[in-house]
Ligand binder design. Structure first.
Ligand SMILES: [Zn+2]
Ligand SMILES: [Zn+2]
Length: 346
């Protein structure tokens, strides 16, 4: 009996050990499979930026241009470029297609559908769902007119929702309760887009991070051109916020709303309809991570960096006005002195 009890005990202990080992082994297996599934899920869908953007013309009347260029980065992500001849702003707009809805980031600088058939083009790109066009959300990186002039083209379309342009409207729509220290999320169906407050260029500015492609759509916050500063403190905070947010996430490209530099890094003249030898559209993580330090060293007026220029247009204008007034005072003083001398000689 004792022997039997002993054998029973040994068998029970063995079974207990076996069960425990089995549980640990299955636990590890489940964790590994979940981890690998997450890794697979978090791998961005690859896309192509092998495209030559339409550069406008030195004489737009002599060489008529198609108003809008459409490039499929991948089957569910489209980049649209407004021709520099249609508007010197030559905005880039982005269409992101999910399984439940699509997101259009910015509507560009041209309102007239005859000059810029934006809504028509977007509707053609939208897939059908339940025998209808996929619902569309129109959002903006910020309220400047060159990012929302095309809004009226979408106003009367069915299944289209337009995010308001004022700060209160933006906060309410994305349900921000702690602006700008909070990230909002949009679910397009199988595709999450994070909305990151990025005030500094403009108080309403947001950037969009797309989980599917790993692209940051940065609007006027970061682009190969002039970073026009309205509030340097807020801009620096925004750059830190974006750097921090992307620290643990894959980042394939940073795509802004304009190209204002050529490949040599020189800015086109403001208002130019011709962009020969354009700088590439996409910026990289290094350009973003260099931004907070660039703001720390910023002299408040103008600073050149390899792929962008920091500039405060209001301050530069005030400085120019002060210089102009000083020069004017100097001229008046010199003329009066000259006249007085002549009178004394006479
Ligand atoms: Zn702007
Ligand atoms: Zn802009």
């Amino acid at each position: 009996m004792n022997w039997l009890n002993g054998k029973h005990q040994t068998t029970n202990t063995f079974l207990l050990y076996f069960c425990a080992l089995w549980k640990v082994a299955t636990g590890i297996a489940v964790s590994i499979s979940l981890l690998s599934a997450t890794l697979v899920w978090s791998q961005p869908v690859p896309g192509s930026l092998d495209v030559h953007w339409n550069e406008g013309a030195s004489d737009c009347k002599a060489t008529p241009q198609p108003p809008l260029q459409v490039h499929a980065y991948e089957p569910q992500t489209f980049i649209l470029r407004q021709n520099p001849c249609a508007s010197f702003e030559a905005n880039f707009l982005y269409l992101l297609v999910g399984s439940d809805k699509a997101l259009l980031i910015d509507t560009g600088a041209v309102e007239d559908p005859k000059e810029m058939p934006l809504a028509k083009t977007i509707l053609e790109l939208l897939p059908d769902k339940d025998h209808k066009k996929l619902p569309l959300l129109v959002a903006h990186t910020h309220r400047h007119m060159d990012h929302r002039a095309g809004d009226p083209q979408f106003a009367s379309l069915p299944s289209v929702e337009i995010v308001p342009i004022d700060l209160e409207g933006v906060k309410a729509f994305f349900r921000f309760t702690n602006w700008p220290n909070e990230i909002a999320h949009l679910d397009l169906g199988g595709r999450t887009v994070d909305v990151i407050p990025t005030p500094g260029h403009n108080a309403t500015h947001v950037a969009f991070y797309d989980s599917r492609t790993g692209i940051l759509f940065s609007g006027d916050f970061l682009l190969p051109g002039r970073l026009l500063i309205e509030d340097a403190g807020a801009y620096r905070e925004s750059s830190l916020r974006v750097v921090d947010f992307l620290k643990t996430r894959p980042l394939t490209h940073i795509l802004g709303a304009h190209i204002e530099l050529n490949i040599a890094g020189r800015a086109y003249q403001f208002g130019s309809h011709y962009h020969p030898n354009e700088h590439r559209l996409e910026l990289a993580r290094e350009d973003l991570t260099a931004l907070p330090a660039a703001f720390e060293k910023f002299n408040g007026f103008y600073a050149r960096h390899p792929n962008y220029i920091l500039t405060n247009p209001t301050r530069n204008l005030v400085a120019l006005a002060i210089i102009a007034v000083a020069v004017l005072i100097l001229i008046v003083w010199a003329v009066r002195r000259l006249l007085r001398r002549r009178r004394q000689r006479g």
